[in-house]
Design a protein around this ligand. Structure first.
Ligand SMILES: *Cc1c(COP(=O)(O)O)cnc(C)c1O
Length: 381
């Protein structure tokens, strides 16, 4: 069986976790948390970062920091994970869903402008598959209408837009280290604070509404309750695990890019015959090889392909049921059709993708996909 995902361990994770235990400080903001923070500051130039339990938690912090109030409108792609929207819904926001682009599942920046009104407070972009959104157009809108920009960079570690790291473009950005991402700690995430005006408050929200971090730096002589907050910081054991991954990021990324390229090269022939749509990487974006997907011609064709692969012991999956049509939000959605979102919801399929996926296994996956399309004589539309 070729599984869909298999977490990769560098070998140092449990050593560092044991070391964290030996240091006798396993709560949050310890030795390894600091090492992880420094790593991101140095490698990507993120000035203020805070590890969190998850990207979901980082998104919730972002919604608190930009002070979302009931009735505020937030523009979010419909083709995304629920947390992108939930974090803002929790604060009473009205989510205004935007469609994806035809060339890839990222939001279609050209459709945002008509959605902006006096109640619009923020745009949340999702860099799907680690490929940058069309940030030129979005940064322009954000500036012109004085909006907040939050990046859901859950899938976007080590990827760039016009040479700038994803996660450095919004006022705030959120990363995930969930087991299914490129760099993992089981559950885990990080908030990047690019607007320094949010830095002090972010640390307070992170530490249950107290100025505890300032106290430990010796900036105040006692720590106390100064604001709202929660417990968003992970145990230092999680940070220790994560640090072992980060030390190997270049190796992990190199391997993942090779896997991605092999899929792309082998499946190109199907795209040339218009049998499938392959990932599109615009000139302003880089590829961090978070996933490999293809877009089938119909929902039924995708269903048949997944079943065909399953019979060959290959586990391919689909994801993201459009949020605007979800049981929770369909009654609140304003009724606009989002045809590209619907197309990806119906037709996108993700192939097995993990560090230890071997070349012969990948070739086998590609051969079966080709067989499905060519031997079964699926017609190009
Ligand atoms: C994985 C993912 C999340 C959630 O990340 P967690 O760390 O599991 O909370 C949010 N948004 C997107 C786009 C994701 O891919």
């Amino acid at each position: 069986m070729i599984g869909f995902n298999k977490p990769y361990f560098t070998g140092k994770e449990t050593d560092y976790m044991q070391d964290a235990v030996k240091r006798q400080k396993i709560s949050g903001n310890g030795h390894y948390t600091q090492l992880c923070h420094q790593f991101f500051q140095k490698k990507y130039g993120f000035e203020h970062v805070l590890l969190t339990h998850s990207c979901t938690a980082a998104l919730e912090m972002a919604a608190l920091l930009i002070n979302i109030q009931p009735g505020d409108e937030v523009i979010i792609p419909s083709y995304t994970f629920v947390s992108t929207a939930n974090a803002f819904i929790l604060r009473g926001a009205k989510v205004v869903f935007v469609d994806s682009s035809a060339e890839n599942p990222n939001l279609d920046a050209s459709t945002i402008a008509p959605l902006i009104n006096a109640r619009t407070k923020a745009i949340v972009v999702v860099h799907y598959a680690g490929i940058a959104c069309n940030m030129g157009e979005i940064l322009d809108l954000v500036k012109r209408h004085r909006l907040f920009l939050v990046e859901d960079a859950a899938q976007a570690i080590d990827s760039f837009w016009e040479g700038k790291p994803l996660g450095s473009l919004g006022h705030l950005a959120c990363f995930s280290f969930h087991e299914t991402k490129n760099i993992i700690s089981g559950e885990g995430g990080m908030l990047v604070i690019n607007d320094p005006a949010f830095a002090a408050r972010a640390e307070i929200l992170w530490e249950k509404g107290t100025n505890r971090s300032a106290f430990f730096r010796g900036e105040v002589d006692k720590y106390t309750w100064v604001d709202i907050g929660s417990s968003f910081l992970p145990s230092d054991m999680i940070a220790a695990f994560l640090y072992a991954q980060l030390e190997n990021i270049d190796d992990i990324q190199q391997r993942r890019r090779a896997i991605w390229q092999l899929y792309f090269d082998q499946l190109q022939v199907l795209a040339e015959q218009n049998l499938v749509q392959l990932p599109h990487i615009p000139a302003y974006a880089t590829n961090n090889a978070h996933m490999f997907y293809l877009v089938c011609q119909s929902a039924s064709q995708r269903q048949s392909l997944i079943e065909y692969l399953k019979a060959q012991q290959i586990h391919a999956i689909f994801h993201y049921l459009s949020l605007h049509e979800s049981p929770f939000y369909s009654v609140l959605h304003d009724g606009r059709n989002l045809p590209q979102t619907q197309r990806y919801t119906d037709c996108l399929v993700r192939l097995p993708f993990y560090y230890e996926l071997s070349e012969p296994e990948q070739v086998r996956v590609c051969e079966h996909i080709s067989q499905f399309y060519l031997k079964n004589k699926v017609m190009a539309s």
